[in-house]
Design a protein around this ligand. Structure first.
Ligand code: MTE
Length: 312
């Protein structure tokens, strides 16, 4: 759990992910046997509700998808604990209905959307994206959602809007991790307006064709595939268009380590970890990390002329 300084890391969290996962699988195997469940069926056991009318999209990847089980049991969601298995264990207390998402700030048409209206706002697409965490692991995830641009356009940003701020739910009753001060709650993230309007920037409401599990940020989260995973705020209740660059929770916690841009960049290391390589969950050998997580042809233009070491 390297987002926190080494002195605060518990031994269980230093275990390399693959060993941790093997161990966990083994324990779950024992549990399943005890419960009389056949071992082989565990990976197919999606618990979710199917989403209607999901279309294929141009965002397909010629890479193996990370199994549902790994995507939904190896998470970062500090509102439910700092261990990778905590969100799957604890996020059952999150109530995702009723849920509203407010669009406000520098817009001509502010609006509070009901989540069920949002589900119908634009055609839902399946988009298979690479996801790269700053901690060094990666996954390939078939998200379901639509471009954030669909939502922002309807709000009609004013000429003053230059950045977009995302705010996650703040409710310690539902989110037990918020009783600890690991971060300044609520979780806040931000993008430049042109990044937010980029077609790749997704509002996700599902994965693997089903409603988003709570631990992955239900009922609605951001997904910005060319940036480190922490930019992709979960369980969002507010989107504010603003003039000044927002200060994200991670930047507030440690500005040296977490910059505003946080674009995946194998040439710019995090102070504590090299970013040159990554471990795809489920694979043994490390792979090279790609510039902008492999999306350079689509997004490099957003940063033309910028010193990416300075604007990390
Ligand atoms: N959003 C909120 N509200 N709280 C969090 O702790 N963790 C971030 C991001 N969004 C986080 C969050 C981090 S560090 C990562 S890597 C991704 O969510 C993980 O998303 P996943 O668990 O769906 O893979």
């Amino acid at each position: 759990m390297p987002f926190i300084k080494p002195s605060e890391i518990f031994p269980s969290e230093i275990t390399p992910p693959e060993i941790y996962r093997e161990r966990r699988r083994f324990m779950q195997g024992i549990g399943a046997l005890a419960a009389g469940t056949a071992l082989g069926t565990m990976d197919e056991a999606h618990a979710g509700i199917k989403l209607d009318g999901v279309r294929a999209s141009v965002y397909k990847l010629d890479e193996a998808r990370t199994p549902y089980k790994d995507i939904t049991t190896y998470n970062n969601f500090y509102e439910f604990g700092t261990g990778k298995g905590d969100p799957a264990k604890n996020a059952g207390s999150l109530r995702t209905r009723p849920w509203t998402l407010a669009i406000e700030g520098e817009v001509r048409k502010p609006k509070t959307w009901d989540i069920d209206a949002l589900l119908k706002l634009a055609p839902l697409e399946e988009r298979v994206y690479r996801m790269r965490c700053v901690e060094g692991w990666s996954m390939v995830i078939p998200w379901v959602g639509f471009s954030l641009a669909e939502l922002l356009r309807r709000a009609e940003p004013t000429g003053k809007a230059r950045y977009v701020e995302f705010v996650s739910l703040n409710d310690p009753k539902q989110m037990p991790g918020q009783r600890s001060r690991v971060l300044d709650w609520p979780y806040v993230e931000g993008l430049r307006l042109d990044e937010a309007m980029h077609p790749l920037t997704l509002m996700a409401m599902g994965l693997y064709g089903e409603v988003l599990p709570n631990q992955n940020g239900a009922p609605i989260r951001l997904v910005v595939p060319w940036k480190y995973g922490f930019k992709s705020a979960k369980s969002i209740v507010k989107i504010r268009l603003v003039e000044k660059q927002p200060v994200s929770s991670w930047t507030r916690a440690n500005p040296e380590e977490y910059g505003f841009y946080s674009n995946v960049n194998p040439q710019v290391d995090h102070p504590r970890w090299s970013q040159a390589k990554e471990r795809r969950i489920g694979e043994f050998f490390k792979r090279d990390t790609l510039m902008f997580n492999g999306y350079a042809s689509q997004v490099a233009g957003l940063y033309r002329g910028m010193d990416l070491k300075k604007y990390y």
